[in-house]
Write a protein that binds this ligand. Structure first.
Ligand SMILES: Cc1ncc(COP(=O)(O)O)c(C=O)c1O
Length: 406
């Protein structure tokens, strides 16, 4: 089915088609995922989903385009950013029973920008910032390029899942350690931290007087049996030191539309931030991003429910096949996200795992070393694609592993 024939009503986009777009139609897109590697390579890297977006989002974008409505946006009789903040507050209450004040929400264009700004606001060059590793590569870049001191907190495999034990870094903490970057759900391992784990991290941050930057961009992508808990919802004491980052870009598949939010746990924290980062430096999200975000958060949950049903079945398929056909590859079942963190060290490859699968299977995963320099034997597998493409990716992996020279 050609993407061009996808219309905005559910008659022409039955659920099955939204999630089973053909490789040929996906290759007509101009996105990063389908345009970085050669035409024979199946991409399974950047965190985008190969699914047609929800109808309310498509309708919202089309309404702007149809009217050529490209002026500075106002929404609901006020600034467009305020409408985004209201939609976010409403969604947090509805999804997580987390009550927040929209006045403490600052819209931004993207979450890497949203990481830079609090790092610059709450820390100085040479200050220590704790980062769970492996982690989303731009976090490391933010710490490095702002000349802060990266304190790596390794995620440990306890035999069933990856855990984050702060005891490991206790000797590295000093008066200049100022911030903890928490990624929950965790990219790339797919962990969704439990209330107790979050409370333990919170206690550690209180003891060492750390600001918490809590990236929760994957919070809507949670598999049955797990629950996302916004870090700042744990207690007022923790909210007072927490900046939460969120965006619909991952869960509603609109990363090109550029709209995200920062939430400050108290007016004091917001004020401290504002003293170092002028509002105008952050800019405003564009009109289409604003409307798409509001449509995502307020009208598109039925679509996301369908996405989660598809992703759950896909995840279970990936787990079953990797366990039975590639037992040398170790991984833990993701509890959230559409990402699997694959440890290929038992394959004893003489190249990086990324190169091996790229060169021999014509599959492009995300290179493990981008998430942590020591992880060359790992790849991150983005399985948010059609069933046919997932089957092909695993077939190609199996073939490449079986054909490899010892
Ligand atoms: C954990 C995490 N944070 C932030 C981002 C950035 O998202 P965006 O570029 O949509 O703002 C990503 C993107 O993959 C991510 O995985």
């Amino acid at each position: 089915m050609a993407l061009a024939s996808l219309k905005t009503n559910s008659v022409t986009t039955p659920a099955a088609n939204r999630f089973d777009l053909s490789e040929a139609s996906l290759r007509t897109l101009t996105n990063a995922k389908w345009n970085q590697y050669g035409p024979d390579v199946l991409p399974a890297f950047v965190a985008e989903m190969d699914f047609a977006v929800a109808d309310p989002i498509q309708d919202a974008v089309q309404a702007v385009v149809a009217k050529r409505d490209y002026g500075y946006p106002r929404r609901d009789g006020g600034k467009a950013g305020a409408a985004v903040a209201n939609a976010f507050a409403h969604r947090m209450k509805e999804r997580f029973d987390w009550e927040i004040d929209p006045a403490l929400v600052v819209p931004v264009a993207d979450l890497v920008q949203g990481t830079y700004a609090p790092v610059l606001a709450f820390t100085d060059p040479g200050d220590g910032i704790i980062l769970q590793v492996p982690n989303y590569p731009p976090f490391r870049d933010v710490i490095r390029t702002t000349e802060r001191n990266l304190i790596s907190l390794p995620m440990l495999d306890d035999g069933t899942r990856h855990i984050c034990n702060t005891e490991q870094i206790i000797d590295q903490i000093d008066a200049r350690t100022r911030m903890f970057v928490l990624c929950n759900p965790h990219n790339p391992t797919g962990r969704v931290f439990s209330r107790q784990e979050l409370l333990d991290i919170g206690q550690f941050c209180i003891e060492h007087d750390l600001i918490v930057l809590s990236d929760e961009i994957h919070s809507d992508l949670i598999y049955p049996g797990r629950k996302h808990i916004p870090f700042a919802s744990l207690s007022p004491e923790l909210a007072a030191r927490t900046v939460t980052l969120n965006s619909p870009t991952k869960s509603f598949n609109i990363p090109g539309l550029r709209c995200a939010v920062l939430h400050f746990g108290t007016p004091e924290l917001r004020e401290r931030f504002g003293k170092r980062i002028p509002q105008r430096l952050l800019g405003d999200p564009n009109a289409i991003g604003v409307d798409a975000t509001i449509a995502a958060w307020t009208q598109s949950q039925p679509w996301l429910d369908e996405v989660m049903a598809h992703l759950t079945a896909t995840r279970d398929h990936v787990v079953k096949r990797l366990e039975s056909e590639l037992p040398e590859i170790r991984f833990r079942v993701p509890e959230g996200t559409y990402l699997a963190w694959l440890d290929c060290s038992a394959l004893m490859l003489n190249t990086s795992a990324f190169d091996f699968f790229h060169d021999n299977a014509r599959v492009a995963f995300s290179p493990g070393e981008n998430f942590e320099p020591t992880c060359k034997a790992f790849v991150r597998f983005n399985f948010a694609t059609s069933r046919v493409i997932v089957y092909q990716i695993i077939d190609r992996m199996v073939e490449a592993v079986r054909a490899r020279k010892p």
